[in-house]
Design a protein around this ligand. Structure first.
Ligand SMILES: Nc1ncnc2c1ncn2[C@@H]1O[C@H](COP(=O)(O)OP(=O)(O)OP(=O)(O)O)[C@@H](O)[C@H]1O
Ligand SMILES: [Mg+2]
Length: 245
């Protein structure tokens, strides 16, 4: 996306813990959040399940190929004519629901331009649909973006529209709780490693699922591959033996 914008050097993101993320997602005062951090730590999960979700949650994962029409809505053939179907953003605006946009850094210019009048204060947020209906957000509408990257490469005016930019780096504690104690101990150590050596929470959760059926050694191999899998298996084996002794 650097092709389309100048980098904004005014970095206003804060590194925060999940308690604050959940407070932000619960607040009626905050309607747009940009949440970013490493893969598999629970950003999307948190955006789908935590905070103000009583009026529903719509979700989209964006790629360069996603057209704005997919978010706004489009005409579908019906009988001899066409009927209009609102897309997730139009639905969320009308219903005062939350819309979660995953991977905004991959979005096309088309989608970014569409978001300008949406991520706005309620007085000025509005879009006119191809049906000629003009809609503005019902109370409760919010936009939560999750991404691996900070918003630095978004157009500055779009960055400016996010009411808060939050960075999280640790896996959500409830996700870590799903691991049995022996895996959890090693997983927590692995999260502290450098990014390129860090083992993703998704991998640990998968290992937890497979272990009863495949046994520890084969699950490590299947989930992490030969080299990493044998290192993790050895570390777990060593840890278990240490605990027995
Ligand atoms: N709070 C939680 N409670 C239970 N399980 C969770 C929680 N958070 C995350 N998980 C588990 O961890 C997995 C990864 O979480 P999620 O998909 O939200 O990661 P992410 O940070 O959005 O990753 P990415 O950047 O790759 O999209 C989920 O599929 C889910 O199984
Ligand atoms: Mg995600």
């Amino acid at each position: 996306m650097s092709k389309k914008s100048k980098k904004n050097t005014d970095n206003r993101s804060s590194r925060v813990d999940w308690v604050l993320v959940e407070r932000v997602l619960s607040s009626e005062l905050i309607r747009s959040v940009y949440l970013y951090g490493p893969p598999g730590i629970g950003k999307s999960y948190c955006a789908y399940y935590k905070g103000r979700i009583g009026q529903g949650v719509y979700a989209c994962t964006l790629t360069e190929e996603t057209p704005a029409a997919e978010l706004r809505g489009c005409w579908f053939p019906s009988g001899d004519g066409f009927v209009w179907h609102n897309g997730p953003i139009a639905c969320a605006m009308l219903e005062g629901a939350r819309v979660v946009l995953n991977e905004l850094s991959h979005a096309s210019d088309d989608v970014l331009a569409f978001l300008f009048p949406i991520i706005e204060s309620p007085e000025t947020a509005r879009i006119t649909l191809p049906t000629n209906e003009t809609i503005s957000p019902a109370p409760g509408f919010s936009v939560i973006v999750t991404d691996n990257l900070p918003p630095d490469d978004l157009p500055p005016a779009l960055q400016d529209r996010f009411e808060t930019v939050l960075e999280v780096t640790e896996p959500h504690p409830e996700a870590v709780e799903r691991l049995s104690p022996d895996l959890r101990k090693l997983a927590l150590r692995s999260f502290a490693l450098e990014n390129d050596r860090r083992v993703s929470l998704r991998g640990w959760l998968m290992l937890e699922r497979l272990r009863p059926e495949f046994g520890l050694e084969d699950s490590c191999l299947v989930v992490f591959g030969a080299e990493r899998g044998s290192q993790i298996h050895d570390a777990l084996h060593f840890q278990l033996r240490g605990e027995e002794a």
